[in-house]
Design a protein around this ligand. Structure first.
Ligand SMILES: [Zn+2]
Length: 63
């Protein structure tokens, strides 16, 4: 499962760990997070996250 990075603050969502503080169980893929899930560090919405390694500075270049 891929990790996702918050482009607002740099928080990394690791599916292996989930987000227990928000009731997200370990092993939950980013795609299966509820739509109202937000970054636990800064409150940014899911739309602010990008795949780790994708390089958000290069977003739109490689895809
Ligand atoms: Zn954040």
């Amino acid at each position: 499962m891929k990790k996702y990075v918050c482009t607002a603050c740099g928080y990394v969502y690791d599916p292996a760990q989930g987000d227990p503080d928000s009731g997200i169980k370990p092993g939950t893929p980013f795609e299966q997070l509820p739509d109202d899930w937000v970054c636990p560090a800064c409150g940014a919405p899911k739309s602010m996250f990008v795949e780790e390694g994708a390089g958000y500075k290069e977003q739109g270049v490689k895809k």
